[in-house]
Design a protein around this ligand. Structure first.
Ligand SMILES: Cc1cc2nc3c(=O)[nH]c(=O)nc-3n(C[C@H](O)[C@H](O)[C@H](O)COP(=O)(O)OP(=O)(O)OC[C@H]3O[C@@H](n4cnc5c(N)ncnc54)[C@H](O)[C@@H]3O)c2cc1C
Ligand SMILES: *[C@@H]1O[C@H](CO)[C@@H](O)[C@H](O)[C@H]1NC(C)=O
Ligand SMILES: *[C@@H]1O[C@H](CO)[C@@H](O)[C@H](O)[C@H]1NC(C)=O
Ligand SMILES: *[C@@H]1O[C@H](CO)[C@@H](O)[C@H](O)[C@H]1NC(C)=O
Ligand SMILES: *[C@@H]1O[C@H](CO)[C@@H](O)[C@H](O)[C@H]1NC(C)=O
Length: 512
């Protein structure tokens, strides 16, 4: 019980929120910025402004800021922050723009800081790390270094930004071998609320360094990340599509086989660390889409071994629709994935973590199908749910690099991360999909709790607006994050003036 009260007190300390400033304050902000920083100022309704506000993966994230600034250097970010703070402007920060939650990376009326021009990609002379501008996409990073035979953990979709995953956890094809993306970051360069530019690493500001590795939008604007790199000869990719209702195997048999293959691959990846999978439930839109229930199986082997034995169960599945495999590289792989899930639709996010357990996953798949079947307009929806491995070895890499704030040090079981990410086009269906999103979270929690396989942790980059990912880090990590946020942002600028992302001052944790 003690920590509940501690949280309430901490909430009070962080929540010195001033009421949202009136609209005139907001337009004054843009006037100040246009005068002081004309070269990076994008005026409302200009072509460049329009392009910037639309660079969002999901239509649900496109808002209409009073103005956009697009800094090209850390110094310009620092100057902008000083002006924004002095004038009490509301603002948002965007890297790759892939988060679908409304308001996560943009803002109505306030100032949108678009980091996409802060996108340098540099391999250090000794090849020990890559230095990435926080507005670069992982695709750009892979493209730039494709001839260098260098590997580093990063997102698997080309257009995902460096910013989001580097402040939230970060899943890659190297998870079993290297851990979360954040566990491979050697140094963050950050602009604090004061405008001061600092480096956070294992020897300089180690508390901030640890906090940023999961701390999301509560500490500052990250401008560069140095990510540890290693020699890398390429990746084998295998993409297998199978029908769930097929001639060779009926639905129940297929779901059994898919679930068994997933559970076995996850537990095996503590030993065989190179082979991973993204397993997708794919029920396409279109008049007959609901008949074509498909499972998409994205296999990777980071040691470039074709048809690795660890993937055998997935490769041997009946009801095959298509299979393609090749020796490839991260650049080609990331762009291939971008084409599978291109921007331009509306998307919804939610995440849940379960223990790697056959009975739980199998029951959940049936439950998710019930949510899908009950959708009034399912022909308008690409129903996509991903199952992603989180072997326990993934949590072992944090301590060698100064720790992270995810609160997973004690995890001694393999887990599966489940990511709800359906797509649709018509904004009139937003409410229907919000309802499905809430049902996904509720049923996932219920079934997992029934099996004793529920984990309060969820990857913050997949969390729905109504979820509480910071609570999932646990009371100890949350208290550490709050203490550290108060130290580096004593006036709570990132709590009150930058509403996007998950805020420590809004973490409302129950204890069941
Ligand atoms: C198709 C697709 C594929 C994906 N693949 C992966 C994957 O392979 N691995 C993975 O880990 N995740 C993946 N994700 C999830 C992804 O991590 C989240 O969508 C994440 O929020 C996107 O990061 P971003 O920088 O592109 O997004 P943004 O929406 O620009 O940023 C996300 C959040 O972080 C904040 N932020 C961004 N940059 C900064 C910064 N420099 N300083 C302070 N705050 C900042 C923003 O304000 C926002 O709240 C994928 C998502 C999609 C839609
Ligand atoms: C931008 O365009 C919108 C829609 O056409 C309009 O309502 C708004 O007033 C314009 N804003 C400015 C600052 O010109
Ligand atoms: C850590 O930060 C300090 C202070 O800025 C800097 O001198 C040092 O090079 C940084 N270390 C790493 C590993 O980047
Ligand atoms: C990357 O892999 C693709 C195949 O997926 C290949 O066509 C391309 O030539 C490769 N690029 C380099 C630089 O090796
Ligand atoms: C916190 O969560 C509880 C239970 O989920 C809810 O009843 C309460 O209204 C929430 N409080 C705030 C301040 O959001």
């Amino acid at each position: 019980m003690v920590h509940i009260f501690a949280l309430v007190i901490a909430l009070g300390a962080l929540g010195r929120a001033t009421a949202k400033p009136p609209e005139t304050t907001q337009s004054l902000c843009c006037q100040h910025l246009s005068k002081s920083l004309p070269s990076i100022y994008l005026a409302p309704n200009s072509t460049e402004y329009d392009k910037s506000i639309r660079e969002r993966w999901s239509g649900t994230a496109i808002l209409h800021p009073g103005c956009v600034i697009a800094p090209t250097s850390t110094n310009e970010v620092s100057q902008a922050v000083k002006i924004i703070v002095k004038n009490k402007c509301q603002f948002s920060v965007k890297s790759g723009g892939h988060n679908a939650n409304p308001g996560s990376n943009s803002i109505d009326r306030g100032v949108s800081i678009d980091l996409s021009k802060l996108n340098t990609v540099v391999l250090s002379a000794d090849r020990s790390h890559v230095r990435l501008g926080s507005g670069a996409t992982w695709g750009l990073a892979y493209d730039t270094l494709v001839n260098e035979n260098i590997g580093f953990p990063g997102g698997v979709c080309g257009e995902v930004g460096v910013g989001g995953p580097s402040l939230g956890g970060g899943q890659s094809i190297f998870q079993a071998r290297k851990g979360w993306i954040v566990d491979n970051i050697l140094n963050y360069e950050v602009v604090l609320a004061s405008g001061e530019i600092v480096n956070a690493n294992q020897t300089s500001l180690p508390d901030l360094f640890k906090a940023l590795k999961g701390g999301n939008t509560n500490f500052g604007i990250m401008t560069h990340a140095d990510v540890a790199s290693f020699d890398f000869d390429g990746v084998w990719i295998g993409t297998n599509y199978v029908a769930i209702n097929g001639l060779a195997a009926p639905r129940a048999v297929m779901l059994d086989k898919l679930t068994r293959a997933m559970v076995n691959l996850v537990s095996g990846s503590n030993e065989e660390k190179e082979t991973l999978v993204q397993l997708l439930v794919l029920y396409p839109s279109g008049p007959l889409g609901f008949l074509a229930h498909v499972a998409g199986i994205g296999l990777t082997n980071a040691a470039n071994v074709a048809n690795p034995p660890a993937a055998e169960e997935f490769l041997a599945l009946p009801n095959r629709i298509s299979f393609q495999s090749e020796h490839s590289n991260m650049s080609a792989y990331a762009h291939h994935n971008t084409q599978l899930l291109p921007s331009g639709a509306r998307e919804s996010n939610a995440g849940i973590t379960i223990t790697n357990d056959f009975a739980t996953m199998r029951e959940l798949w049936d439950e998710y199908d019930k949510i899908y079947d009950a959708l009034p307009y399912k022909t308008e929806v690409d129903w996509i749910i991903q199952f992603l491995p989180q072997p326990k070895i993934q949590q072992s890499y944090a301590k060698g690099r100064g720790g992270n704030s995810l609160g997973l040090d004690h995890i001694d079981k393999d887990q599966i991360e489940i990511w709800f990410q359906p797509r649709w086009r018509d904004a009139a269906l937003d409410d229907m999909m919000k309802n499905a999103q809430q049902k996904f979270v509720a049923i996932s929690e219920k079934v997992a709790k029934k099996h004793g396989t529920y984990s309060p942790f969820m990857y913050i980059s997949y969390a729905a607006p109504h979820q509480q990912p910071l609570c999932g880090y646990g009371a100890e990590s949350l208290a550490f994050l709050k203490k550290t946020a108060t130290k580096y942002d004593p006036d709570g600028i990132f709590q009150t003036m930058m509403p996007g992302g998950f805020k420590l001052s809004k973490a409302n944790c129950t204890t069941d």
